[in-house]
Design a protein around this ligand. Structure first.
Ligand code: 5AD
Ligand code: SF4
Length: 443
């Protein structure tokens, strides 16, 4: 074949960590698309491979180091292949990562606009390139993300970046910098674009959405504006902070049927002594009051949480307080972690990581067992009820069944029978497992 044209360079991006990182990857692809890159969906076909990383726990970083080792070997047989590391681990490790034999370039979360220049400089000089400057202003507000799943149902929209809390265990304020809110006009524009492209659900993302503010517009006002874009499009958000979640937001949620009845409200611990050392700036009692208020204003709202087992100085009694809080709140679901010390954080500097690893593991398995029970109970309470679900695609087990989510974010599985992705279907719950509601379609 005679190729008289130059093929566009091809980029592949691998994403780890949170939903916000998925959206960041979409922003990166949009920036590189404008710079002439074509996106490809296999690392094998790419001339540029980017790894968007997470630094939240040591095991996240170990996994990524494993990937880098894989690419180090790949590079031996693929001359010219460029490997770049982005995101939180890039920001945390900086030059240390650049020194890795697989790595050609390193860019932190606020440096993505600089990627085309970094790549050009690398090609021109053959020298590794790095930019890990954090910004007080960058929100990528004007960039329309290039959706990783263009036929998808849900579109992520970042409404703010960074974090101003200093939870003592957490690396995020160091890797993502200071909190800044994005111009609400650009959020609304992105929402309209996603709706025009056929998305049925908008998921607003921020480390602490309750502290969103742009001029006169706070988070409750923003939610109302986004909900009003299209009453047939669902709106979700994550993550709320118990110290900042306001009644006004709860009333806004209650007022708009298309705002989903689900709040992800990380508690981290049920012990006041541990919460104090975590610098969470809320107590157990405050948390329980917020939960009571959510249920008073929206009795059908689901509540999910994050929890850390084995934080510095956590006693058996502290941990039992956490179990007791779980029993009291009856969370619908939870993400549960063992404490992993992160270098440079307040906890790493001030407290000893003194809960032995086997105790952390044992406590984690106890809370997982308890939450399994609570999730099973929560799902059993739904048996017999009807829900409107938004279909996300086929169920994991079979193409004869579809999976859709309730407003409460519970996964429902039901016979496909003529229904399809992106459609709203009313289902009745016949049976349940801890993870799924087994349903029939109500015609
Ligand atoms: N160790 C374990 N879990 C952590 N998280 C954050 N930092 C750590 C850490 N150092 C958990 C918190 C947070 C979630 C995203 O990750 O529960 O809410
Ligand atoms: Fe997301 Fe936190 Fe991981 Fe960064 S460290 S990717 S903000 S989960």
């Amino acid at each position: 074949m005679n190729n008289n044209f130059t093929l566009a360079p091809r980029v592949f991006i691998e994403t780890y960590g949170c939903q916000m990182n998925v959206n960041d990857s979409e922003v990166v692809l949009s920036i590189l698309g404008k710079a002439g890159y074509a996106v490809c969906d296999s690392a094998q076909d790419a001339s540029l491979i980017l790894i968007n990383t997470c630094a939240i726990r040591d095991n996240a970083e170990q996994r990524i180091l494993g990937r880098l080792d894989h690419y180090r070997l790949q590079k031996k047989s693929r001359p010219g292949l460029i490997v770049g590391v982005l995101g939180c681990m890039a920001e945390r490790l900086k030059e240390q990562l650049l020194a890795h034999p697989a790595v050609d370039l390193v860019a932190g979360p606020d440096a993505y606009r600089d990627l085309p220049r970094l790549i050009a400089a690398l090609s021109a000089t053959g020298e590794k390139q790095i930019n890990t400057l954090l910004s007080h202003e960058e929100t990528y507000g004007d960039i329309s993300p290039l959706r990783l799943d263009p036929n998808g149902v849900s579109a992520y929209i970042s409404i703010m970046r960074g974090c101003n809390n200093v939870c003592s265990y957490c690396v995020v304020p160091y890797t993502r910098g200071a909190e800044r809110s994005r111009d609400f006009e650009s959020i609304l524009r992105e929402g309209r674009e996603a709706i025009a492209a056929g998305y049925k659900e908008l998921i607003l993302l921020g480390q602490n959405v309750d502290s969103y503010r742009f001029g006169e517009v706070d988070f409750a006002r923003l939610m109302a504006m986004v909900a009003e874009l299209d009453p047939t499009v669902r709106v979700r958000f994550s993550t709320s902070h118990p110290k900042d979640i306001k009644d006004e937001l709860l009333h806004t949620m209650a007022a708009y049927p298309n705002i989903c009845r689900h709040i992800h409200l990380p508690v981290q611990s049920g012990s006041n002594a541990v919460l104090e050392r975590m610098r969470r700036r809320h107590t157990r009692e405050w948390y329980l009051e917020r939960v009571a208020r959510i249920r008073e204003i929206m009795p059908d709202c689901s509540i999910t949480t994050d929890v850390i087992a084995g934080f510095c100085g956590e006693t058996e009694a502290d941990f039992e307080d956490t179990l007791e809080l779980f029993r009291q709140v009856k969370f619908d679901a939870a993400f549960m972690f063992q404490y992993s010390e992160r270098p440079g954080t307040l906890a790493a500097r001030h407290y000893s990581d003194d809960v032995p690893p086997e105790v952390k593991t044992e406590r984690l398995s106890r809370i997982i067992a308890l939450q399994n029970e609570l999730s099973a109970e929560s799902n059993r309470r739904d048996v017999g009820k009807c829900f409107e679900v938004l279909v996300e695609g086929f169920s994991k087990r079979s193409d004869a069944d579809l999976m859709g989510r309730t407003s409460q974010n519970k996964a429902c599985v039901f016979p496909a029978a003529g229904h399809h992705k992106g459609e709203y279907v009313t289902v009745r719950v016949l049976d349940s497992t801890p993870a799924t509601l087994l349903c029939e379609v109500v015609e």
